[in-house]
Design a protein around this ligand. Structure first.
Ligand SMILES: CC(C)(COP(=O)(O)OP(=O)(O)OC[C@H]1O[C@@H](n2cnc3c(N)ncnc32)[C@H](O)[C@@H]1OP(=O)(O)O)[C@@H](O)C(=O)NCCC(=O)NCCS
Length: 407
């Protein structure tokens, strides 16, 4: 079986979308989204399709995101997505071929990072991706969850008004939160506000809740509702899509509202930041059930550019050997010098180094999460104990990284 890979032509967009749906085991009738929107969202020159003869058997695409890193914003990151291989063609290297094209293309574009969300956690480590953010999936049982603290006012707004106010609030939080991604106008229109029946999963249309303090917007939530009377009692669910707040009163006001809607005692949110302050605002915090998940995976494609893009918690000099089994030319030996929090990095000759680390482990540290200590205990970071400790202290962030955007 000879597999060829290349970007799609414009007349192949429909077949590409059908192949994506088939790869995820879903039906496709072409009506979920207008075709021109699909091409607006997925730059065609950043798609990779795999062909067995004329038959399209693999898909991959990349969004041109920018990601916030500790101390910096807007680092280019290829948002790797729509990764599928036809079930008739799996485990024969099709993904590996597409991933090679995609990562090489990303390097040639001068983007130091790729990032993705994984359907299964076993898939992407081999390509050098590491878990860079985590999240909490929560379910709130609201009896005895009285959210404490001051708040302003909340009101429900329609999608048109949401379109004028949500992007600025999102950006205010994005620039200070490592792991958050840029959203352009097409993203807001197609991913956030386009709300056809097929996206609702049996829930209501999206509701937009705005919080204001002294008339100034400082937070919002997007959520859906589903009522349930099967027990004879009101047992509805609020499914939160996102909560974005720029002030503590907004956080309090929005969560107080979401946990007090009559007839809807169950509140679910799949993507709470792991250090979200809600934990400190409820007296009975066990009523918020939490499950921790891996979220954004990062792949470093240019070690020097990536390490110079972020700031560090403590100063020092470290010579790092970065082992990269999938793209050996990306790895090598580097000297990272941190002065007053700013990093400068250069390639050096191989010997000798202070710490040896794999490219996916470095990616796991990159946004400020990850424990060097536990990686060292697992044998994934090697070096003298002082250097290993310094590595951990340098890379640690003040804020837990969080990626609000699932793509
Ligand atoms: C995930 C998927 C794209 C992998 O495609 P593939 O063409 O089978 O992958 P490859 O043949 O290139 O596999 C490369 C390696 O990864 C392993 N691998 C790939 N997918 C795996 C999986 N889901 N579980 C376990 N191992 C997997 C292969 O065994 C192979 O290992 P090896 O190099 O040691 O032999 C494909 O299984 C798929 O389409 N799954 C359904 C959709 C999906 O989950 N997409 C990912 C969205 S994030």
């Amino acid at each position: 079986m000879k597999i060829n890979t290349r970007p799609i032509r414009e007349d192949e967009a429909l077949a590409f979308r059908a192949a994506i749906a088939a790869g995820f085991g879903e039906d496709f009738d072409g009506t979920t989204m207008p075709e021109e929107w699909f091409l607006e969202l997925f730059p065609r020159d950043r798609t990779v399709a795999a062909f067995d003869g004329d038959h399209m058997v693999g898909t991959l695409g990349a969004f041109p995101f920018r990601v916030t890193v500790p101390g910096g914003t807007g680092v280019p990151m290829a948002g790797t997505t729509i990764v599928t291989v036809a079930p008739t063609h799996t485990r024969r290297g099709v993904l590996t071929a597409m991933m090679t094209d995609h990562l090489v293309d990303t390097i040639e574009r001068g983007e130091p990072l790729a990032g993705l969300w994984a359907s299964e956690s076993v898939i992407y480590g081999r390509y050098g991706f590491g878990v860079a953010t985590e999240n909490h999936e929560i379910e709130i049982h609201r009896e005895r969850v009285g959210i404490e603290g001051e708040q302003g006012t909340v009101r429900l707004i329609d999608a048109d008004e949401a379109g004028t106010v949500l992007p600025d609030l999102y950006d205010a939080v994005r620039v200070r939160t490592p792991g958050m991604l840029t959203r352009d106008a097409a993203w807001w229109k197609i991913d956030m506000f386009f709300d056809p029946e097929k996206r609702r999963n049996g829930y209501s249309a999206q509701r937009y809740l705005l919080h204001e303090t002294n008339g100034v917007p400082d937070g919002y939530s997007i959520y859906r509702q589903k009522s349930d009377w099967s027990t004879g009692f009101p047992n509805g669910t609020v499914r939160v899509r996102e909560v974005v707040t720029t002030s503590p009163p907004a956080h309090t006001g929005i969560w107080r509202f979401l946990t007090s809607i009559d007839l809807f005692p169950n509140i679910r949110y799949w993507n709470l930041p792991v250090d979200d302050p809600i934990r400190w605002k409820v007296p009975d915090h066990r009523r918020i059930e939490r499950k921790r998940w891996d979220a954004l995976y990062i792949r470093i494609l240019d070690v020097v550019a990536a390490l110079e893009a972020r700031t560090y918690a403590v100063d020092g000099v470290l010579r790092l050997s970065v082992e990269d089994r999938f793209l050996p030319e990306v790895g090598g030996s580097f000297e990272l010098t941190v002065t007053e929090g700013a990093g400068s990095c250069r390639r050096i000759d191989d010997a000798p180094v202070d710490v040896t680390i794999g490219t996916s482990e470095l990616a796991s540290l990159f946004l400020g999460a990850g424990s060097v200590h536990s990686m060292a205990e697992a044998g994934l970071v090697r070096g003298d104990p002082d250097s290993v400790t310094l590595l951990g202290r340098m890379f640690r962030g003040d804020v837990a990284p969080w990626c609000e955007e699932v793509f």
